[in-house]
Design a protein around this ligand. Sequence first.
Ligand SMILES: Cc1ncc(COP(=O)(O)O)c(C=O)c1O
Length: 493
Amino acid sequence: MRIPLDPHSSQPLYRQIEDYLRQAIRSGSLPPETRLPATRQLAEDLGVSRITVKNAYAELESDGLIASRPGSGTYVSPPLLAPASPDRPADIRWPLWQQDLPAVEAPAIAKPPGRDLNARAHPDPIAFTGVGDPGQFPVRNFLKSIQTVIRRDGVAALEYSGFDGGYDPLRETITQVLASQGIRAQPEHVLVTAGSQQALALACQVLLKSGDAVLVENPTYNFALELFRTRAVKLVGVPIDEAGMQVERVETLLQQHHPRLIYTIPNFQNPSGACLSVERRRQLLALAERYNIPILEDDFVGDLRYDGRALPAIKALDPGGRVIYIGTFSKMLMPGLRVGFLAAEGPVYDHLLRSKLVHDLITSTLMQRTLDDYVTIGRYQTHLRRSVRLYRKRRDAMLEAIRRHLPTGVSFQSPQGGLFIWLELPEDVSALELAPFAEQQGVGYSPGSLFFVEPAQGEGYLRLNFATQDSQRIEEGIRRLGEAMHRLRQAAR
Ligand SMILES: Cc1ncc(COP(=O)(O)O)c(C=O)c1O
């Protein structure tokens, strides 16, 4: 344990040790049941006498913060034994520069209502949130690929490498995946990123400055909205319908707001599930060309199609350099891999690469090599086919359950792919008022307000993920949602 000590301070050394440990325990960085170093060991580590450490421990023990167990060692006490103290994290006096930082609603972002179901309210909560089903993660096959890579590549798999955009074989594999979607990219146009979220962030960094306007579908992916908000850009929302962004409205908005970027999720949009029609894709590209604005195309679940014909990516229609295309292995495979990518040509690629380097140098070498092994030996395609079959069944189960259990007045489209069903609630049901009733019934969802430029616009909507629960739980969860709506209406009478 390294504790910074100041031998010139007027505060005795044992007090400095005591204060440091007290802070660490109260802030939670030394949680209950942590074993503290033996006094002899800590004295050696810090270059102080053993009696100094013993004195510090004795003070903490007399305050009930730590306890020694004969023959075993000294442990941080459970919180009940650690009395409340004025220097809990919320009460720490932060330096002025920290106090000057504007307040952010981090907890609201991290735990939107409905996502953090209160387990005490219901013994068996069912949450229609998240992305893919962790039960389907191909853990065993992925382990085989990790072992293959480490055996095959040795330390190279653990070195820095690929500073020019990623592990070359993976970049080639990605171009093949893109080619199967009609996108003709060269490996040198592919930049491997830490998930597609990083690709979004890099594009923002390179293309936007504070005060610029960005055109987005309204509603759209909540963490893209949050990202844009952190860049202090002006969000200009374009309404959507069953064929995606209403591109007919875009030209007027371009003339009014002069945006510097158009952000779109053309396939199985998050949250609406809508697909942008081919005609609108062409129109959007033509407008972007005429008004000289880049398109950021986020294709987060393009391969999860359950019905209908695949539509060309906007990037596939791009004669070159107009569209920055973003993809990810998170939804089709596993989000914890943190491997995504972008495809872009022209000078913007070099800017994106430079931004990537200064942010995190490279994406994990081991993960890139493992993913490449996994994808090239065909396991990825097999996994994808299995996921499509399974999620199609779950989508159908949810649509049926909605028809069976939710009241008339609820409206929705059947998504042709992706992960979400977007519900428009009857006029007398607000997502906010529904939340406590849903929580009581033990059913979770993502409230519509997360996805709108103006959160209040989302009051009448909720997003349901159909991929994470099996058909039986979908049936039960939707029944509970219907019951919550019924109870809300009864309470309002
Ligand atoms: C539309 C969309 N884009 C991008 C992302 C970011 O995903 P990741 O960074 O895991 O690739 C998400 C995550 O849910 C998403 O829904």
